[in-house]
Design a protein around this ligand. Structure first.
Ligand code: ARG
Length: 573
């Protein structure tokens, strides 16, 4: 099987460690931190020497003697207490460039294929989607794209909140409001929810009816169910419009909400009881998990059925694990959900394994993320303190981008400026989110995300269009030309291009898109350096051909990389 550079170096160094008498020692290969350390550095020797009480320099020498990198490296050196510094040969780098240029996947090798379920977006349908669901939608979409690109089978699951007591209130209000106002009452869901809640709080008769509707809904009453379905359809329609605007490929087929697991909930609880996991506690059905203890040292309770017989978020999630592993045959399940739900998922995963819903072979991962903050460092809100609607946010992004694009292109027809500002505005919002380590909170700032300098979408999109303009001026280019890496800037660019595969693999492995963002930013920076140091159009013959091919691969890599993040590129902007 084809391997990435890091995988290749890792297996070669491990083989050499083995030959030097350290069979299980890890190689610990990483990109070298500084040019004088070569391109890659293997750091495993020190730990291996320590555990075998050997002199690390001596072991390093044995490892280097056994290390076979003839086909890859031009220099292998021992440094410091036993680091192994590896410099790739220009021939090897050139061969990687040629291979990438001739491959739709840009030379990125595919790991063993898995079936990966990704639970993302998953808004609550009672209300309109807001910024809190933006992160899940954007991160989940990028992960879906990356994992598909790596050859995995990705099954999206939009685990929408479409069940629970608030739907009694909403359906009761739907009849009432439609009778008074006609069909259009649901154009603004947020407003609809507010009015329904107000009726519920102020009118006891209405509140009683709402409760009665919940019972009817749960009992499968056809009339209430039809109303509920109507409400969901409209709410999902709102979601679909946002997905389309964001360029997120979630469809109705991907929706499998909490209600889909209704019939399974009593089955799950009975099963947990039969397995001795769920026990009665104050009328509720509870699982006490020894793995999670409170401050007093008592096992924490995970409630699976309430005192009144109702089921919970946790119960539907247990049923969903069974479905995803048992029916969808997932090897890996990613839950792209707010980090504040971390404990819920730890408990869910632990219990799922205990109950046998997932075996040790199935990877269950909570892909958590922090909160989007306003510039005041508090959770992102409108000026009046209400939650920001997603439509309004995206509208503002495109408007701001339109102003910027119009300043740069005074002559361009408006329709073209609109197309560009859509790509730039949406791209900026997505990239600002994806480029941060998802675990941390981040400050949402229009000016920095829309800047044409720094680690932003507009900067990368602009770098791409600059290369496109080189091709427009180049007239002819030889698509078969040899890659020549004589200048240092050429070599550095090639090395950076060669690292694409490892960046994409890291995103797939760690479910962390920011690795790809950091990579693309480095790539664009190396390209700019190359472009300043090495004339392309003004050079001649084989040098010009080779440089044009490096330009080509850079453009392809930027386009593919941004595409994996769900961000568009444009030929002009
Ligand atoms: N609807 C939930 C919320 O908005 C998120 C659901 C995430 N997925 C899951 N399987 N629990 O908080």
């Amino acid at each position: 099987m084809k391997q990435t550079i890091l995988e290749l170096l890792d297996s070669r160094v491990r083989a050499a460690l083995q030959a030097a008498g350290c069979p299980d020692a890890p190689a610990i290969v990483a990109p070298a931190g500084r040019p004088e350390f070569g391109d890659y550095q293997a750091n495993g020797v020190m730990a291996a020497a320590k555990s075998r009480k050997m002199n690390p320099r001596q072991l390093a020498e044995q490892v280097v003697t056994a290390l076979d990198l003839k086909d890859m490296a031009s220099k292998v050196e021992i440094a410091g207490p036993g680091f192994i510094n590896i410099t790739l040969s220009p021939e090897y780098l050139a061969s990687l460039m040629t291979a990438a240029l001739g491959d739709v996947n840009l030379g990125v090798p595919q790991p063993p294929a898995q079936r990966v379920v990704i639970d993302y977006s998953s808004p609550n349908l009672a209300k309109e989607m807001h910024v809190g669901h933006l992160r899940s939608t954007i991160i989940g979409d990028a992960l879906a794209r990356v994992l598909r690109f790596l050859g995995h089978t990705v099954i999206a699951q939009n685990h929408v909140g479409d069940w629970g007591t608030q739907f009694g209130m909403l359906t009761a209000y739907l009849i009432e409001a439609e009778q008074q106002e006609g069909e259009m009452v649901l154009s603004d869901l947020e407003d609809f929810y507010r009015r329904a809640k107000q009726r519920f709080d102020e009118d006891a008769a209405f509140a009683d009816r709402a409760r009665e509707y919940v019972v009817k809904l749960q009992g499968g009453d056809a009339q209430v169910k039809a109303l509920w379905q109507k409400f969901l359809d409209i709410s999902l329609h709102h979601c679909a419009a946002l997905y389309a605007r964001l360029g997120v490929a979630l469809t109705r087929e991907d929706v499998r909400g909490e209600s889909a697991y209704n019939d399974d909930l009593p089955v799950v609880v009975a099963d947990l009881q039969a397995k001795g996991l769920a026990v009665e506690s104050q009328g509720a059905q509870v699982v006490f998990l020894d793995e999670f203890r409170n401050k007093e040292g008592e096992a924490q309770a995970y409630i699976v059925r309430k005192q009144d017989g109702g089921y919970l978020y946790s119960t539907s999630d247990l049923a969903a694990v069974r479905y995803r592993v048992g029916t969808l045959k997932a090897d890996r399940v990613l839950y792209v959900v707010d980090a504040r739900q971390a404990l819920h998922f730890q408990q869910l995963f632990t219990l799922s394994r205990k109950a046998g819903y997932a075996t040790g072979m199935t990877q269950l991962e909570h892909v958590g993320f922090g909160v989007m903050l306003g510039e005041d460092g508090k959770p992102f809100k409108t000026r009046s303190g209400t939650t920001v609607k997603l439509v309004d946010l995206l509208q503002e992004a495109e408007e701001r981008a339109f102003t910027l694009v119009s300043e740069k292109n005074t002559e361009m027809p408006e329709a073209d400026r609109r197309t560009i500002s859509h790509a730039v505005g949406i791209g900026a919002v997505k990239y600002a989110d994806l480029s941060k380590n998802r675990n941390s909170d981040y400050v949402f700032n229009w000016n920095s995300m829309l800047s044409f300098e720094g680690n932003t979408a507009p900067y990368l999109q602009y770098a791409y269009t600059r290369i496109q303009s080189v091709f427009r001026k180049a007239d002819v280019s030889n698509e078969q030309a040899d890659i020549l890496l004589t200048e240092s800037a050429e070599r550095q660019l090639a090395l950076e291009l060669a690292r694409f595969a490892d960046a994409v693999h890291a995103v797939g492995r760690e479910a962390a898109p920011h690795f790809l963002c950091a990579y693309l930013y480095d790539l664009a920076t190396h390209f700019m350096r190359f472009y300043e140091a090495c004339p392309v159009l003004k050079s001649e013959g084989a040098v010009r051909d080779s440089r044009l091919r490096l330009c080509r691969l850079t453009a392809d890599t930027l386009k593919t990389g941004l595409g994996l993040l769900g961000i568009e590129t444009l030929d002009v902007m």
